[in-house]
Design a protein around this ligand. Structure first.
Ligand SMILES: NC(=O)c1ccc[n+]([C@@H]2O[C@H](COP(=O)([O-])OP(=O)(O)OC[C@H]3O[C@@H](n4cnc5c(N)ncnc54)[C@H](O)[C@@H]3O)[C@@H](O)[C@H]2O)c1
Length: 409
């Protein structure tokens, strides 16, 4: 198939270059025509890579607005630092360009409303490329929930639990945005890896909605300690008063009675885990225990139900993963990166709303500024806006995604 979509890429750090390597130069329906970064060397690296691998002549454009305005760019991908996501996405929508953004939280509720207002004005959606919605367990559990395996779902839990001390502490050397964020903000800064799949499971924005949240944060000790123990880290960080607490817990109440608990845990020693947990009246899925428990099947709970997820793969594997396994898993992060781009392009080709639409993007990103206010106010509850303006109760058929990669009922 010849290339159909001329892609402009904003942000050429770890993720941007990763997507150029693993996705955008691997798909047969994309051609990268322009790239943008504030660093010249990163643009040059991307230009050289595309030339060498595909023979493409890619333009290097230091200003993201100029990249978006180009006639040879149909689709804009925003893989830049968090601060640039909303400005770039809104400008792309205003210029009539399709847009996908990498994950991250917003800086204000106004920014989330800007996304929604711009969609409603332009009818171009901003899809958050939340790859974890397409991971294997998350998709399998979504299917199990839809088939009623766990009964009424009551509590979902998840976390971004990833030791990022080195990435943050070497932020100056690596020119990485996380350092300045941890220095200046205290919030649930990365809610969507766990919230995205949970929101889909709970039909958020399509029959359900997040109503209010409360967040609390521990103090910030991990990064000072890390700087103390590592002589290569800038010594000023040993005593720097970081704003970001090591652990942030957020509880979210939903309209249909469910509770969601999120954990941010990125500056203490630990293994990687998203602690994906779904609890219902008839059983649960637990990533940490690698367990499925169904009361009507298993009877009384027993330790033997640990590590039994593989027994349910065949029966409950999501069709997307059946196909993916058969055809050969591709792309980073175990394949979920590839799938989220498949989902983006499928919606574009079918002229449908994306499976993660602008209302989802805005609602998920809003957790960050709301958590910041709640933490500042001793965990005071914060109302979560209804970005659908009442449509969550009755989203019409034409406002849903019906494709193979659909995440809704
Ligand atoms: N989905 C995932 O699994 C996953 C994994 C890692 C990172 N991410 C996300 O990807 C994004 C990028 O993360 P990263 O680790 O690659 O960061 P990075 O710092 O390595 O890269 C970000 C790049 O954006 C550039 N940039 C910043 N502001 C810009 C602007 N105004 N115009 C043009 N370029 C700009 C920076 O110069 C940098 O090169 C973040 O949103 C992050 O949350 C997602």
């Amino acid at each position: 198939m010849s290339a159909e979509y001329r892609v402009g890429v904003i942000g050429l750090g770890g993720r941007g270059m990763g997507h150029i390597h693993g996705i955008l130069t691997e798909r047969d329906d994309t051609i990268v025509t322009a790239v943008c970064d504030v660093y010249e060397d990163r643009m040059q690296k991307a230009v050289d890579y595309c030339k060498e691998k595909k023979g493409w002549d890619v333009a290097a454009v230091p200003c993201y607005r100029q990249l978006i305005e180009r006639d040879d760019v149909d689709v804009v991908f925003v893989f830049s630092a968090w601060e640039n996501h909303v400005p770039a996405a809104v400008y792309a929508m205003e210029c009539g360009k399709q847009v996908g953004i990498e994950v991250g939280g917003a800086y204000s509720l106004d920014d989330c409303w800007k996304l929604v207002d711009t969609y409603e004005k332009t009818r171009i959606h901003c899809m958050m490329l939340e790859n974890c919605c397409y991971d294997r367990n998350e998709m399998m559990v979504m299917r199990m929930v839809r088939e009623g395996v766990f009964g009424k779902v009551v509590h979902c839990e998840g976390g971004y639990q990833h030791d990022l001390r080195s990435e943050i502490a070497f932020g100056e050397e690596n020119r990485h945005y996380r350092l300045r964020n941890y220095q200046n903000r205290n919030c649930e800064n990365y809610p969507t890896h766990e919230l995205g799949p949970i929101a889909k499971i709970l039909d958020i924005n399509r029959g359900n909605r997040m109503v209010s949240l409360s967040s609390m944060a521990s103090g910030a000790f991990g990064l000072n300690d890390f700087a103390e123990k590592n002589e290569k880290v800038n010594p000023a960080l040993k005593t720097y008063r970081f704003a970001q607490g090591d652990i942030v817990k957020t509880n979210i109440r939903c309209a249909n009675g469910e509770l969601i608990t999120l954990t941010l845990d990125t500056t203490l020693p630990r293994n990687y885990s998203r602690n994906f947990t779904v609890r219902g009246t008839n059983g649960y899925f637990s990533e940490v225990c690698n367990a499925v428990y169904m009361e009507h099947v298993h009877g009384e709970w027993d330790h033997k139900f640990y590590n039994n997820v593989k027994e349910y793969r065949e029966q409950y594997e999501h069709p997307v993963w059946h196909k993916f396994e058969t055809e050969g898993i591709k792309g980073g992060h175990g394949g979920m990166d590839w799938l989220v781009f498949d989902a983006f392009f499928e919606a574009l080709k079918n002229g449908e709303v994306p499976p993660i639409d602008t209302y989802d993007t805005a609602a998920w990103m809003a957790i960050t500024p709301l958590s910041e206010i709640s933490i500042l106010n001793n965990g005071a509850p914060q109302d979560i806006p209804d970005f659908t303006r009442g449509m969550w109760t009755h989203r019409p058929e034409w406002d849903k995604n019906h494709g193979f990669y659909a995440l809704d009922k």
